[in-house]
Design a protein around this ligand. Structure first.
Ligand SMILES: [Zn+2]
Ligand SMILES: [Zn+2]
Length: 244
């Protein structure tokens, strides 16, 4: 492949395209109810990386205080077959601990991914635990999704110098699966899997601003994106977060 071949710098991507709705646990969504079995412990943050200076919760000493994660995104395979579902799973659940954390040069909410077989969930949790304090800027509103498939082009930061000025479509800064990182205040960066050394890939990006204008009303960094990188060899290897 010639370095000037544009196709080498194009990746398939899916904009989640959130919009106000009333999704159930059986739907893909942002901020709606999660399909969670009654007999499984809810994701829990031990609080060891909490920033005690959390500005949204003045006076609350949250350092070292455990908190439940908040259901943030749920994506079914039938709607998003592009996701790297491990065998036997058909739903990806993304949870945020909605407080400030100091995570390896990344300052923001912590993230847990759960890959689940929806058919194995028989009885649902009665009520999702709610953290006693949250940073409002990390708490999603409830949204249904109307996905848009598109081709995402590498950001000029990621392209070799002779292609920096090429007249290509801009890397999408919306909430998306796949594609390229929309570097803004930092970058470009490469991340290696801490378990096996493989180059990680951006799997999911959560955006402050949506191209549609229907924002989820959360904010990451300075109106940026929370980018989630996973290992292409095994999505259960440690994830990497980068807010930009
Ligand atoms: Zn936490
Ligand atoms: Zn790995």
């Amino acid at each position: 492949m010639s370095i000037k071949d544009k196709s080498g710098w194009a990746r398939p991507a899916v904009l989640l395209n959130p919009l106000a709705g009333d999704p159930t646990d059986a739907d893909s969504h942002i901020g709606g109810p999660m399909l969670w079995p009654i007999d499984e412990p809810w994701p829990w943050c031990d609080g060891t990386r909490h920033d005690p200076q959390s500005p949204g919760v003045p006076g609350a000493d949250i350092a070292g205080i455990g908190m439940p994660f908040v259901g943030a995104v749920q994506l079914y395979r039938r709607d998003f077959p592009e996701l790297p579902f491990p065998a036997g799973t058909d739903v990806l659940q993304v949870f945020l601990c909605t407080l400030h954390h100091d995570l390896d040069d990344c300052y923001g909410p912590d993230v847990r991914l759960v890959w689940r077989d929806s058919a194995s969930v028989v009885e649902l949790i009665e009520e999702e635990p709610e953290p006693p304090v949250q940073e409002e800027i990390y708490t999603p509103t409830v949204n249904a999704l109307e996905p848009i498939r598109f081709t995402d082009y590498a950001h000029s930061f990621d392209r070799p110098e002779e292609l920096r000025d090429a007249d290509w479509p801009e890397t999408s800064s919306g909430t998306k699966i796949g594609g390229w990182t929309c570097w803004w205040q930092t970058g470009p960066m490469d991340f290696e899997c801490r378990e096996c050394g493989t180059a990680q890939r951006q799997m999911l990006s959560l955006a402050t601003h949506e191209p549609s204008g229907d924002h989820v009303e959360w904010e990451f960094g300075r109106e940026g994106n929370l980018n989630i990188f996973t290992c292409p060899k095994d999505v259960h290897h440690p994830i990497r977060l980068w807010i930009d």
